[in-house]
Design a binder for this molecule. Structure first.
Ligand SMILES: *[C@@H]1O[C@H](CO)[C@@H](O)[C@H](O)[C@H]1NC(C)=O
Ligand SMILES: *[C@@H]1O[C@H](CO)[C@@H](O)[C@H](O)[C@H]1NC(C)=O
Ligand SMILES: *[C@@H]1O[C@H](CO)[C@@H](O)[C@H](O)[C@H]1NC(C)=O
Ligand SMILES: *[C@@H]1O[C@H](CO)[C@@H](O)[C@H](O)[C@H]1NC(C)=O
Ligand SMILES: *[C@@H]1O[C@H](CO)[C@@H](O)[C@H](O)[C@H]1NC(C)=O
Length: 289
């Protein structure tokens, strides 16, 4: 009896380990300061290690809505850090992603004082400056390398309008709640998928301002592109012509209104379209301004 229980437990643990292993987050991109660096065994490094373990351990808490920010140490060696998980990912996926990120970032950026790493599921960042103040928060944006060919100007408009529309929805969530919204729209018999998210601590006007700022950057990266991402410390926008979030989980998190139509389907319908997932390798044009 006891040995049966034990083997059941072992088996569950084993399958848990397998599931956990299978859930490595999907890496997108990272940035790392190469001139602002720390020396090994410095106070900064000790503070950074403290910060990373605090981020990692706090990611297991259930009531944080996928967000945690913290600082470690004292000026001039103070380190500020945060993580933000995508609004539709489960707590376990979130904590797994953050945990992975705390190790992965040090491999990719061993001595940089300022670093950020992005995955589909979460983002983790740290800096010697408080990026929560707008002054030090510069956006990063990148795009899918593929262009749309059908009515590109109207596609740009559809992207901006849809993102703007859901920005209002995401921002209106009470401070402390998940500020997250997704929306589909029809585009030339394809489906445009859009996502916006603010850190939960932002007020409605601050979240809205941050998202509108992100949308206004689309022209810098994403004109006529099939997909794009703009990331500030406090908010993120993304759109693609494929499903990059879990629509079921997102609908559970926030109810989605019906799709927005661009225009009636084209009469010709003869244009060939490639379907399917866009590979990460197709992302390019990382720009920080
Ligand atoms: C850093 O500290 C470790 C142990 O505290 C020591 O073994 C190592 O030699 C130190 N490295 C440097 C570069 O000082
Ligand atoms: C969260 O991080 C704080 C430091 O910011 C630490 O004191 C606390 O133990 C952590 N909480 C959990 C649940 O790990
Ligand atoms: C985390 O963010 C909140 C809200 O912006 C801020 O008030 C707080 O000081 C930050 N915490 C740390 C430890 O930086
Ligand atoms: C904005 O969203 C609302 C529902 O939230 C919808 O009724 C409206 O049609 C949308 N407008 C645009 C321009 O997307
Ligand atoms: C999407 O979310 C739903 C509901 O949370 C979950 O049951 C499903 O396994 C998720 N799908 C994927 C591919 O992660």
């Amino acid at each position: 009896m006891d040995s049966l229980k034990l083997s059941t437990i072992l088996l569950s643990l084993l399958s848990l380990a397998i599931i956990t292993q299978a859930q490595d987050p999907k890496y997108l991109i990272y940035s790392c300061s190469d001139t602002t660096t720390f020396t090994r065994n410095s106070t900064y490094q000790a503070n950074l290690n403290l910060l990373l373990s605090s981020l990692s351990s706090n990611s297991t808490r259930n009531n944080i809505n996928g967000f945690y920010n913290v600082s470690a140490g004292k000026d001039p060696d103070e380190v500020y850090g945060m993580f933000l998980c995508r609004g539709d990912v489960s707590n376990s996926v979130c904590r797994n992603c953050v945990n992975f990120a705390t190790k992965d970032i040090l491999k990719k950026c061993p001595i940089g004082k300022v670093a950020t790493i992005w995955y589909d599921e979460c983002e983790l960042r740290y800096s010697n400056r408080n990026f929560f103040s707008a002054e030090y928060d510069s956006p990063v944006f990148f795009s899918n390398i593929n262009y749309v060919t059908f009515e590109p100007e109207r596609f740009n408009q559809l992207v901006a309008i849809t993102l703007s529309n859901i920005s209002t929805r995401a921002a209106s969530a009470p401070t402390g709640d998940k500020k997250f919204a997704v929306q589909q729209a029809n585009y030339n018999s394809q489906i445009l998928r859009t996502l916006v998210q603010c850190t939960p601590d932002l007020s409605t006007p601050d979240c809205h301002r941050c998202l509108e700022g992100a949308i206004s950057k689309l022209g810098n990266c994403c004109d006529r592109k099939q997909g794009g991402i703009v990331i500030f410390a406090r908010c993120t926008i993304r759109y693609e012509l494929y499903e990059f979030y879990n629509a079921t989980a997102a609908a559970e998190a926030v109810p989605a209104p019906p799709p927005v139509a661009l225009s009636p389907p084209p009469a010709s319908g003869s244009e060939t379209r490639r379907k399917g997932k866009v590979d990460n390798a197709l992302f390019n044009c990382l720009v920080a301004i």
